[in-house]
Design a protein around this ligand. Structure first.
Ligand code: NCD
Length: 310
């Protein structure tokens, strides 16, 4: 019999869940994708659940996507952002969250700049914690929606060649994608300037390539990432113009391949830097499918975590 509950009470990272958990989330997301395409998009599944969306870092897509997923599941929602809260008055993370919990919150969806902040909370409080991005560490729901979007196009990712291009060093999307794709049996390559690729990344079982043309010739899917300038304390690349010249994905490059690959990007896009507009808006790009699938995947995660509550 296939598994019907997750092996975990929290979604802290893809590293900490099993292949079966991933498959269960993807299967449940397919059911929710059908629901959100009906005229009546709402189901009562989380009617008795209260969720706090706690964002200590900027977010557009992820915050809205979680909020929409929660609304489609009929949960009660509290939105909390650090800039307008008592965090700016010196309150600790644990105090802030305990105060939210005193209001009888069942789940916390949190984005925080400190890697591991979610692990810390999970040890101290008993609500379900969902990681919506922890610094440069993990962004599990992004990886799940990326993999869901790949499977939608390819049927499966097992044995497929996926390259992640860009600022691997600062990207939580890259790390979560690597864990997720490897667990599902894909071949994973990372490509970017040597300064933006962590030194020991091959220990995760990924191939390292510095030539973007060779990477694209190898792959079935290219997941293109932004240069995360806000996380760079020193200069890792001479200039964005030079990055665009050597690593940017443009029409000319794609047309020179003897096959059509799938182009993905988690957003936000810096048009003309890591990807040109004619590629981002092309038939090969599934960037907007990723956004649509994000809601279904997040509904699946929240629903499955809620199902395991007693
Ligand atoms: C990413 C993030 O915030 O980690 N975006 C997202 O969640 N859609 C990637 C990024 O900021 O470049």
């Amino acid at each position: 019999m296939s598994q019907s509950l997750l092996s975990t009470q929290h979604l802290l990272g893809i590293k900490y869940i099993t292949k079966e958990d991933i498959e269960l989330i993807l299967k449940t997301a397919t059911e929710f994708k059908e629901v959100i395409n009906r005229p009546i998009k709402k189901v009562p599944s989380l009617r008795d659940i209260t969720i706090a969306n706690v964002f200590f870092e900027n977010s557009t897509r992820t915050r809205i996507s979680f909020e929409l997923a929660e609304k489609r599941l009929s949960a009660d929602i509290i939105n909390f952002s650090a800039s307008s809260s008592s965090v700016s008055k010196g309150e600790t993370l644990l105090d802030t969250v305990n105060n939210i919990l005193a209001m009888k919150v069942d789940m916390i969806v949190m984005r925080h700049p400190a890697p591991g902040a979610h692990h810390f909370l999970a040890k101290h409080i008993d609500a379900n914690i969902v990681n919506a991005g922890d610094g440069t560490h993990e962004h599990p729901t992004q990886a799940l929606l990326d993999v869901y979007s790949m499977i939608e196009k390819l049927g499966s990712v097992e044995g497929k060649n996926i390259v992640i291009v860009g600022d691997i060093l600062h990207s939580r999307v890259a790390l979560s994608n690597i864990f997720c794709l490897k667990k599902l049996g894909a071949n994973v390559m990372v490509c970017g300037p040597a300064t933006l690729i962590p030194k020991h990344i091959s220990s995760l079982g990924v191939i390292v390539e510095h030539n973007v043309r060779r990477a694209l010739e190898w792959c079935d899917v290219a997941n293109v990432l932004r240069i995360q300038l806000e996380r760079q304390d020193v200069r890792y690349i001479p200039s964005l113009r030079e990055y665009a010249l050597y690593f940017g994905i443009n029409r000319h490059l794609l047309d020179s391949l003897n096959k059509e690959i799938i182009i993905m990007h988690p957003g936000p896009i810096n048009r003309g830097v890591e990807i040109t507009s004619d590629v981002a808006d092309s038939r090969q790009s599934v960037i907007l499918d990723q956004v649509e699938n994000g809601v279904a995947v997040r509904m699946a995660v929240l629903y499955l975590l809620a199902s395991a509550r007693n």
